[in-house]
Design a protein. Structure first.
Ligand code: ATP
Ligand code: MG
Ligand code: MG
Length: 552
């Protein structure tokens, strides 16, 4: 049970459960004005999880009452993301389905003398609410107009006889209540932007404050779960359903989830996208759900993460490494192992013949037969990672250096470097080495085994890939910290590194976009959508490191 919130009155819940035949009904209610982010994964988990725990149902409800901000692509992506996380909405609904009923109830509210049409400007309204200095509050001059007059004015608003901003419907609440959510909230405003579902059928649109509780009520939601910034709205929520004598769900708040070194708000993400700081809403450095999906995070890892941080009323800022640990642990279980080198260095095994080709069968995951195996070629020319060779040796360096031996993963004998070849500029271009396969002079068992890929045109090996390595987009844990001089100045311009000449062994063929693998000794990777898998062109994204990065 989401832990002991004093707001939940047991009798009330029992009453509600009677109405719904004992079913717990929840809803996940995103506004389709952006892509979902990691915080929404928590909201999804809370709502779907709570319903599931009580054998109830959870709706996906698009809270689509603001035609100015909403777009088709967001609707599509939201459902896709919910399903990707493994949840199936009981029903997919839209607040806009209820525009007529919401309108009828607004008329009803006016007739009950609980709403009025107001023509104040935003400034006047703000002044009546005590202004910036939170001074004395006043009821506006339209508040006392006769019911008949408000009805007629509301009709005019609906008929398009008012310009935007010239008339609003306000709820007649309590200007003297200390809770700002009682200061005659706006219920309807005039907007001439066509709505993606209702077109130009309406030119008045209900606000969040007016719509949310009513649609919860229409849908017989038993537990209206929302984040703590709506705590003060709880009373206005109840005020409205009570004013209309409708079934009243119980609102219950939980803390928002935030992550370090990133921003989640749609407005900020939008700025990053439109200013070209990131490649799009699914740039793998972002923490939108499409972005982390593209980066290779799995639904299992995300769900486990949000489940384990738990449901409390505190807003939490979680370090990104904590999320990464869940991803790493899951990928450790499911990702096949492949050999890849990000910065290739050619090694010629001079004692093997030009046409030497052997095939080795390697396990997709060592010590786990259930993941099967694949074959890789081994030839006279192999590529290792440049970082596994040092021209100037060091006793603590256990990889390849002149005169030194190192093991090649999956290969029975080590190799010993015999010669360093450089170009005119002094850059190392090739290492000549001996393959220690002579049974009469066996080399010592190497301390280290490094990854490699073979040059075998016959096997189409190696596979050249573009490897994208991501760091935190922001340098500080809290980019919004006021000491930093603006979050846009905290961007790490070095947060994307691209290895265009990376090489992967043939096992990568057969992987599709979104397939994950562990590049042994390097990191976990995911095949990016920029790949052309059919043509054998791969772009891979670093998902997470193999171990927690101590630098962070
Ligand atoms: P943003 O401020 O990023 O635009 P929002 O709250 O306006 O977010 P909605 O689309 O309205 O986003 O959110 C749908 C649901 O998800 C709401 O119930 C909201 O409270 C919840 N939610 C949004 N962000 C978080 C978060 N960071 N942690 C937990 N729940 C969240
Ligand atoms: Mg919202
Ligand atoms: Mg929002």
């Amino acid at each position: 049970k989401p832990g002991g919130n004093p707001q939940i009155r047991p009798q009330l819940i029992e009453e509600h459960l009677k109405r719904t035949g004992g079913k717990v009904l929840t809803r996940f209610p995103p506004e389709p004005n952006g892509f979902l982010h990691i915080g929404h994964a928590k909201a999804i988990n809370v709502n779907f999880g709570y319903a599931a725990a009580f054998d109830g149902h959870c709706y996906l409800r698009y809270d689509d009452t603001n035609p100015e901000a909403e777009e088709e692509k967001y609707f599509t992506s939201i459902l896709e993301t919910v399903e990707w996380l493994g949840y199936k909405p009981w029903k997919v609904t839209y607040s806009s389905d209820h525009f007529q009923r919401l309108y009828d109830l607004a008329v009803d509210l006016i007739k009950r003398d609980k709403a009025y049409v107001c023509h104040c400007t935003a400034e006047e309204m703000n002044a009546d609410r005590g202004g910036e200095e939170r001074g004395e509050r006043k009821e506006c001059r339209h508040r006392s107009r006769p019911i008949e007059e408000s009805l007629a004015e509301f009709q005019k608003m609906k008929e398009g006889r008012y310009e935007e901003g010239k008339a609003i419907l306000r709820m007649k609440m309590d200007m003297q209540n200390p809770n700002p959510q009682f200061w005659d909230l706006v219920a309807y405003r005039v907007l001439y932007t066509p709505h993606h579902r209702t077109g130009d059928q309406w030119c008045i649109y209900p606000t969040y404050d007016y719509t949310h509780c009513l649609v919860d009520s229409f849908e017989d939601i038993t537990h209206s779960l929302c984040t703590t910034e709506f705590r003060l709205s709880r009373e206005s929520y109840y005020w409205l359903v009570d004013a209309l004598e409708l079934y009243k769900p119980v609102q219950w708040e939980y803390g928002r989830l935030n992550l370090t070194n990133t921003v989640l708000s749609k407005r900020k993400l939008n700025k990053l996208v439109t200013e070209g700081i990131v490649s799009g809403w699914d740039d793998p450095r972002l923490y939108t759900l499409p972005a982390v999906r593209r980066r290779g995070f799995t639904p299992e890892a995300i769900n486990a993460f949000v489940r384990d941080i738990g449901v409390t009323t505190a807003n939490t800022v979680i370090r990104v490494d904590r999320l990464e640990k869940y991803v790493r642990d899951h990928l450790n279980d499911i990702a096949p192992r492949l050999m890849a080198v990000l910065e290739p260095l050619k090694v010629t095994l001079t004692n093997l013949s030009e046409d030497h080709v052997e095939e080795f069968t390697v396990a997709n995951k060592p010590r786990d037969d259930s993941m099967g195996s694949h074959k890789i070629p081994f030839t006279r020319t192999v590529y290792i990672d440049a970082s596994d060779f040092r021209e100037v040796d060091d006793p603590n360096f256990y990889r390849l250096a002149p005169g030194k031996s190192v093991g090649l993963l999956n290969v029975p004998y080590p190799i010993t470097a015999t010669e360093v070849i450089k170009d005119a500029g002094g850059k190392i271009t090739e290492i000549k080495a001996r393959f220690e396969n002579d049974a009469n002079t066996p080399a010592k068992k190497p301390k280290t085994f490094i990854q490699w890929v073979a040059d075998s045109p016959k096997h189409n090996s190696p596979v050249k890939v573009e490897a994208r390595i991501y760091g935190n987009l922001f340098k500080h844990e809290n980019p919004l910290d006021s000491k930093l001089g603006g979050w846009m100045t905290d961007i790490d311009s070095d947060s994307l590194k691209v290895h265009r000449e990376a090489l992967v062994e043939v096992g990568i063929r057969g992987l599709e976009v979104e397939s994950k693998f562990q590049a042994v000794r390097v990191a976990y990777f995911c095949v990016d959508k920029d790949s052309d898998v059919g043509k054998g062109r791969y772009v891979i994204n670093k998902t997470v490191g193999l171990k927690e990065d101590s630098k962070k």
